[in-house]
Design a protein around this ligand. Structure first.
Ligand SMILES: Nc1ncnc2c1ncn2[C@@H]1O[C@H](COP(=O)(O)OP(=O)(O)OP(=O)(O)O)[C@@H](O)[C@H]1O
Ligand SMILES: [Mg+2]
Length: 311
């Protein structure tokens, strides 16, 4: 199986640039997170990578198909190899589960026998078995979302894009969907997950791209957190003296003092003892010190904050 390679992808809508300068790679078997605030360009990116929207510039290749698409045949190949859960489930309300799935299978010319085998297993797993002949217009939001996920997966795609897969799902269904995503990745499929749920991202993704109309970062979660290693120290004494001493340390990235709570930002974990020694030598009374866990949320917010924006 082949993964995804994106190079300098850009999309403009009239005068507005929705995304530009997107470059990243995703390996088969990886769950890659696409993060960014509302309007950052995540859905636009997914639509370009699934052949629904022509890029303004740049290119990509996924599961052996080049974008921009070169022919209608390439479009068909792409649709067969790629699974997509869109932001809105986009189901036909008057059709039943069976008819919705059948329509999708015929449109994409997939092997229906194989696809139905998988569909039945997925419907069972997502608690929709037994409802196959009801019109989906009468389904709850979560049921529709689960059916849309089944539809994205029935043709056993090599690459799967899931735009907010667990939005609207109850905790139990959310877990079932997350387990399914992890399992699909273990099978060697390439998974791209757009999500605002950072806990979900932490559970599923090893690497993420953070975008806000431009690419802010492509990194592993470990790298993202490491950028902000911090030591929280409860200190007492003459602040001016130890602040000066801290500034002389070659490895401290910065510090914040809030009453008697001092946060020292480091560039490596092993430096904590040196910071304590430095503070003590400078006359500080150290009451406690602990490594401040840097949640993904903090790293993410730093990346998407505008330069000069203090919020
Ligand atoms: N068809 C379109 N026509 C004009 N502008 C569009 C179109 N689609 C997207 N945009 C614009 O592109 C930008 C990115 O939108 P997009 O839907 O990709 O964001 P998103 O990251 O998916 O946001 P959300 O988290 O809210 O889903 C927005 O400014 C949006 O208004
Ligand atoms: Mg979106």
């Amino acid at each position: 199986m082949q993964g995804i390679r994106v190079e300098g992808l850009k999309k403009c809508f009239g005068a507005r640039t929705a995304v530009e300068g997107l470059s990243f790679e995703v390996a088969p078997g990886e769950v890659f997170g696409l993060l960014g605030p509302n309007g950052a360009g995540k859905t636009t990116t997914v639509r370009m990578l699934t052949g629904l929207l022509a890029p303004t510039a740049g290119r990509a290749s996924l599961c052996g198909v080049e974008l921009p698409l070169r022919s209608d045949d390439d479009g068909v190949t792409l649709r067969r190899r790629v699974g997509l859960l869109t932001e809105q489930p986009g189901l036909y309300d008057r059709l039943s589960i069976r008819e919705n799935l059948e329509f999708f299978m015929r449109l994409n010319e997939v092997d229906e026998v194989q696809a139905w085998k998988l569909a039945h297993a997925l419907l069972e797993r997502f608690d929709l078995a037994g409802r196959e002949d009801e019109p989906v217009g009468g389904f709850s939001k979560g049921m529709r979302q689960k059916l849309a996920i089944v539809r994205a997966l029935v043709h056993s795609p090599e690459v799967v894009f899931l735009d907010e897969p667990t939005s609207g799902l109850d905790p139990q269904s959310g877990r079932v969907v997350r387990d399914a995503i992890a399992e699909l990745a273990r099978e060697g499929r390439t998974m791209v997950l757009c999500s605002h749920n950072l806990h979900e991202v932490e559970r599923l993704c090893a690497r993420v791209a953070v975008i806000k109309n431009t690419l802010r970062s492509v990194a592993s979660l470990t790298e993202l957190r490491r950028e902000g290693l911090a030591l929280d120290v409860m200190v007492e004494g003459e602040a001016a003296a130890w602040v000066k001493a801290l500034e002389r340390l070659p490895f401290t990235v910065g510090h914040q003092l809030d009453g008697s709570r001092l946060r020292v930002l480091l560039d490596r974990e092993a430096q904590s003892p040196d910071v304590i020694a430095c503070l003590v030598q400078a006359g500080a009374r150290v009451h406690s010190a602990h490594r401040a866990a840097r949640p993904l949320e903090e790293a993410y917010l730093d990346l998407v904050r505008e330069a000069g924006d203090a919020s």
